[in-house]
Write a protein that binds this ligand. Structure first.
Ligand code: ADP
Ligand code: ZN
Length: 744
């Protein structure tokens, strides 16, 4: 347990700093709030400054926070306060970021220090960066050194007063580093310190982009106006897949740059977004700064610092980029705003799309949410007048939308033990014969989702989770996709001991690949799944191979739904269109429509028209009908009509409490106590406790309660009061999830 030096009674050696000014300091630790520290003379501290302070015999970094509006009732006496140790040489945290941290903490019921930790993820960036050496022109001397053509090229690159890094200068002039050293010896160059942040080149807002079509130009102008207003406002930019939404919002980025403000673009799977980065470079002539979990610690430090100093004009990142220290953010774009990848489920549980709107409001920035398949939340906000809507109704360049048909698996089933029905097989064959590309989509990794014993019916389950083990045949493993548990497939059934009785049930992409190998042995095939394309480089290489027509048939999981532009792809087959519809998830239908529409949108993006075949046992299902008709707006209206009467989100508010413990009894007891203390009243309802769908996860038993309120009733005060009434034993965890999106 952490104790606060200023709050700890009877502490020895507490320096006495009577009568000195004090400041609250927020520490990046899960504490209830800021701690007071004394400000030693001659230090003067303003809110936002990064400081080092003593805590339990250690020094920790923190941020000077704002004085509380209501003074603390029992402040720590002056003489017990410890002094701030030092101030760090970093730009202070802006008031808007401090307010954002407070806001996220209050909304998600997280300790503010836990949120601050996300904004202080790179402590090394708070130290002054070491200066780097480069070359500059030496003042003219008396000697007249010989100017070879190589040297002349260097002189042409290096204008007076500029300092260039050696490697970049040599590259730009097409000379070796030795030439530079020789020029220095001859008095033509001299070493000098590089201005910092040279690695974040300024994108040129006037760099010509593609000529926009009429609808694109209108939407682009509207977005530019929103950015130019330098005020908060949210725009929902929709448009069919391939309509040029990216080109349009890059126009808004250009406007933001022209105003000298910073822009942030959030992408759901940044590591897979190589095509996006190429387009950014084509549009602005330089690469943006990147922020995601796979960048090196050096780049992380430089990027954080450059952002804080206003030197990284555009950042493209994953959800954590929301907590970067932008001093002057003018625009936040959330691309694929419907994606559940924006929800962070661990630690501080927050939805990056929703928090992006908050950050934009606190920064007086424009916010643009982008999707071909917008969430019901955002559509409802448009309807209520909270967001402005912009739509691009057509594909760019006259490309048509793909035709969607259902393959009725009841009428034309696959052969026994196979998963591709004859109409789909024929369509793939014909596509490949025409020299076009086909894609088979199945949102399931591995070979088979279930392994069972033919003799006794025993199913291979994860020992730590309520889940079946998924066979990965290439790796010869049965794996749990929730906890990572893995074991080799046993030779005999662990239940009845029968040898060779275990059999694979149902398909994963590996199994579809096996079928494809037999059906199209001469086609060039490629599997795209998160475990076969482990990193950005592999994904980029796969995308390039597809673009360059080195592949005939792509077999993929949801990775293939991610905004790729594959101009030669004309057929998409969805192996199991019913897959996402099972289970009690509130948004199962919405999510299935979004995913399958995005997958379908990969087809026919250039001249040749696209065709999509959905294998389904229920062609009459509203989800299939919506995909066939392409009328997603009508589908979403029906979704709204179903959710509105029961006050389900977005027409009501929802928060989940997940109670977990290693001992099942303990989870049950706390869940029951919470149930007994459940809040009630008009417009407030508690559902549960009930076993969570994943009743066992990583060895912990889980129970779930759902708090549902009317839209005009905030859940946070109710949750706070409720949780305060129920004591929770040490080894029991109660996780709060405001606006849950996954219901596991
Ligand atoms: P969306 O984001 O709506 O799916 P994109 O912005 O990815 O659409 O555009 C689809 C394709 O069309 C991309 O390859 C893009 O470069 C191209 N494109 C879109 N608009 C234009 C335009 N005005 N001029 C040239 N190419 C365009
Ligand atoms: Zn498991």
């Amino acid at each position: 347990m952490l104790t606060h030096p200023g709050k700890h009674r009877g502490m020895k050696d507490t320096p006495t700093v009577s009568g000195r000014p004090r400041v609250p300091v927020m520490l990046p630790l899960p504490l209830a709030g800021a701690y007071d520290y004394a400000v030693p003379a001659p230090m003067a501290l303003r809110p936002g400054e990064f400081v080092s302070v003593p805590l339990n015999q250690r020094e920790v970094l923190g941020v000077v926070w704002d004085a509380p509006e209501v003074p603390e009732a029992n402040p720590v006496p002056d003489r017990r306060l410890k002094p701030v140790a030092s101030v760090l040489p970093a730009p202070p945290m802006t008031a808007s970021l401090r307010r954002f941290i407070d806001w996220v903490a209050a909304y998600t019921l997280s300790p503010p220090g836990a949120v601050l930790r996300m904004a202080m993820s790179v402590p090394a960036a708070l130290e002054a960066p070491a200066p780097q050496a480069g070359w500059t022109l030496a003042p003219p001397g008396n000697s007249r050194p010989r100017i070879t053509p190589e040297r002349q090229r260097v002189l042409d690159v290096l204008r007076a007063g500029e300092v260039h890094a050696g490697a970049l200068l040599a590259q730009a002039a097409g000379v070796s580093l030795g030439v530079l050293r020789g020029m220095a010896e001859n008095g033509l160059l001299r070493p000098a310190l590089l201005p910092r942040n040279r690695r974040f080149a300024r994108p040129d807002p006037s760099h010509p982009g593609p000529a926009l079509g009429p609808a694109q130009a209108a939407a682009g102008a509207a977005l530019r106006n929103r950015v130019a207003a330098q005020r908060f406002g949210v725009t929902l930019l929709t448009g069919v897949t391939g309509s040029g939404k990216t080109e349009v919002y890059l126009d808004a980025v250009a406007e933001c740059l022209a105003r000298g403000r910073q822009a942030l673009v959030l992408l759901p799977e940044i590591a897979l977004s190589t095509q996006w980065l190429e387009r950014f470079e084509a549009r602005f002539g330089v690469a943006p700064a990147l922020w995601h979990s796979e960048i090196t610690s050096r780049t992380r430090r430089d990027t954080w610092r450059a952002v804080a100093e206003g030197e990284a004009p555009v950042v493209v990142g994953a959800r954590s980029a929301l907590f970067l220290p932008f001093p002057d953010l003018g625009l936040i774009v959330v691309d694929e705003e419907h994606e559940t990848a924006f929800k962070q489920e661990e630690g501080v549980v927050y939805h990056a799309r929703d928090m992006a709107v908050v950050r934009a409001r606190l920064s007086q920035a424009a916010c643009v949410l982008v999707s071909a398949t917008p969430s019901l939340e955002s559509l409802t906000n448009v309807e209520a007048g909270r967001y402005t809507a912009l739509d691009l109704p057509e594909r760019h360049g006259g490309a048509s939308l793909p035709v969607v048909e259902v393959v009725d698996l009841r009428r034309t089933p696959p052969e026994r033990g196979r998963f591709l029905a004859p109409p789909l097989v024929e369509a793939v064959t014909a596509t490949i014969e025409r020299g076009e590309q086909a894609m088979l989509f199945l949102n399931r990794r591995g070979y088979a989702p279930l392994t069972l014993c033919r003799h006794c019916g025993h199913r291979m389950r994860c020992p730590n989770c309520t889940a079946w083990l998924v066979e990965h045949r290439a790796k010869r493993l049965l794996q749990c996709h929730h906890c990572g548990h893995a074991e080799p497939p046993p030779a005999e059934c662990p239940e009845c001991g029968t040898a060779n009785s275990l059999t694979a049930v149902g398909p994963g992409v590996e199994r579809v690949m096996e079928e494809a190998n037999a059906l199209w042995p001469d086609a060039r095939r490629l599997v795209m799944a998160s475990d076969t394309l482990p990193g950005p480089a592999a994904a980029a290489e796969a995308a390039r191979a597809i673009q360059d027509r080195e592949v005939d048939l792509i077999i993929g999981t949801q990775i293939v739904a991610k905004g790729w532009h594959f101009p030669h792809l004309t057929l998409v087959g969805v192996v199991d269109a019913d897959l996402g519809l099972a289970g009690g998830d509130l948004r199962a239908a919405e999510r299935t429509v979004q995913l399958l529409h995005q997958v379908a949108g990969r087809a026919g993006r250039a001249e040749a028209p696209g065709r999509v075949l959905l294998q389904s046992f229920s062609p009459e299902h509203p989800v299939m009908q919506a995909l066939i008709s392409g009328d997603l707006a009508a589908f979403m209206q029906e979704e709204a009509a179903m959710r509105r009467p029961g006050h389900w989100p977005p027409f009501g508010r929802l928060a989940a409490l997940i109670v977990s413990a290693e001992e099942e009894r303990e989870a049950d007891r706390t869940a029951r106590d919470l149930g007994l203390a459940a809040p009630g009243g008009e417009g407030v309802q508690v559902l549960g406790p009930a076993p969570a769908p994943l009743a066992l996860l990583r060895g912990r038993h889980r129970r779930r309660l759902l708090l549902k309120t009317r839209r005009d009733i905030a859940v946070q005060p109710i949750l706070r009061e409720w949780l305060a009434r129920v004591p929770v034993p040490n080894h029991v965890r109660v996780q709060v999830d405001v606006d849950p999106v996954g219901f596991l």
